[in-house]
Design a binder for this molecule. Structure first.
Ligand SMILES: *Cc1c(COP(=O)(O)O)cnc(C)c1O
Length: 395
């Protein structure tokens, strides 16, 4: 994507990427290059290999023309310069930890982080001599009070998984920069198209490509994206040492979906916003936690920093309904599957017990939270399905 003319918009550049990894052969698709062995023309070439050099082919685990094509497109999409691929979003998170944190170091994690990220932090704290501390996602510039001399990494997630608070990202990254602490954002919710992390002072962006980039609910992959070479090299070295790589077949599936990601995202966004706005009018619902709507903490930061929302949001039911009643509501929905890993075409639903998931901030709601992922079905059908089950709940 490096050679595409800058006069074109993002969506045009995704459709016409102009990478030149297979000279002499042109098609709209990227060939699937499968390799463990990469053959060197002579020993001098092998001996001159430098792991820092992204232009050298070294070993199939590290990169193939297919994986590099995907990495380059993801970096360009996110507004960064370097991307590395990992076999899941969680392994991208793990790659960041192992690149920047060692025994004796301290990490700050938002209280509403993706649960397996919390679990990863707890694991490092329990077994690897790291300190992992949790912060109120709405802390803003007051994060300065939590930074210690040994704090190496601050995680951000915008909005937070499940509870959807939108943090004041520039306030946090400004403090982190001044104190020399690396910041990493889990930017999966925005797909890298509705929030530009490097324009807001973030050092590393993590994407679970499993979600919108795949779009098919059938591939697992993740990426770490940076705009700065020193950070990229640290991530690259940790990735190499841990033996992390991805399959070119999987890369090819994601490359196939990437040109349609923005239109899919916009369609999810339209349906989700319409249904979130409607749910707000229902007496069974106490709060709608959608960043584009005023009930959501950090709504003003969303309006300032984001350009769209996609399909994922949550609602809090009135506390007169028991968790068992909400379970019944979720199970009675016909078009919403019960399962993780949103980003595909089909709608999903999941209830959560939030109080058991946090430790550093209060959860103000008494009712049960339900997270919806609005898929690509007809909006009217999704609405009728929810309406029917809400009526059953109320009646
Ligand atoms: C799904 C998800 C991940 C992890 O992705 P996997 O590929 O399933 O490991 C990380 N962060 C967020 C916010 C996610 O939604």
């Amino acid at each position: 994507m490096t050679q595409s003319p800058p006069k074109h918009g993002l969506q045009t550049r995704i459709v016409h990427p102009h990478d030149d990894l297979t000279p002499g052969f042109e098609s709209f698709s990227v060939p699937v290059a499968r390799a463990s062995t990469v053959i060197f023309p002579d020993l001098a070439t092998m001996r001159a290999l430098d792991w820092r050099n992204d232009a050298q082919w070294r070993y199939g685990l590290h990169a193939t023309p297919t994986s590099i094509a995907l990495a380059q497109r993801l970096a360009a999409l996110e507004g960064g310069h370097h991307a590395l691929l990992q076999p899941s979003g969680l392994s991208s998170i793990s790659n960041v930890y192992f690149a920047f944190v060692k025994s004796g170091d301290d990490v700050l994690i938002p209280d509403n982080a993706y649960s397996p990220n919390r679990d990863h932090g707890d694991w490092l704290a329990r077994d690897f001599g790291v300190s992992a501390r949790y912060y109120d996602p709405m802390i803003g510039a007051r994060i300065a009070d939590l930074i210690q001399p040994n704090t190496r990494l601050i995680w951000l997630e915008a909005p937070g998984s499940v509870t959807m608070e939108v943090p004041d990202i520039p306030a946090i990254t400004a403090v982190a920069r001044a104190r020399n602490v690396v910041t990493a954002i889990d930017n999966t919710w925005s797909a890298g198209i509705a929030f530009r992390p490097f324009e807001h002072g973030v050092d590393i962006s993590v994407q679970a490509l499993t979600k919108y980039q795949s779009g098919g609910a059938d591939v697992l992959m993740g990426a770490t994206i940076t705009a700065e070479q020193t950070l990229h090299h640290k991530l690259k070295l940790a990735r190499m040492r841990m033996g992390i790589g991805v399959s070119s077949d999987d890369c090819s599936l994601i490359l196939r979906s990437l040109p349609t990601m923005q239109v899919r995202f916009q369609q999810h966004d339209r349906t989700a916003l319409a249904l979130a706005t409607w749910l707000k009018t229902r007496p069974e619902i106490a709060a709608v936690l959608h960043p584009a709507l005023p009930d959501c903490p950090g709504h003003a930061f969303y309006q300032r920093d984001f350009t769209g929302a996609g399909g994922l949001f949550s609602v809090v039911f009135d506390k007169r309904y028991s968790p068992a009643q909400i379970d019944t509501f979720c199970e009675s929905l016909e078009l919403f599957a019960i399962g993780w890993s949103w980003g595909g075409a089909a709608s999903l639903v999941m209830p959560y017990d939030i109080a058991s998931m946090r430790s550093a901030s209060d959860w103000p709601h008494g009712g049960t939270l339900v997270r919806f992922y609005m898929g690509l079905e007809e909006e009217a059908d999704l609405r009728a399905d929810i309406e029917h089950c809400l009526n059953a709940l109320a009646g």
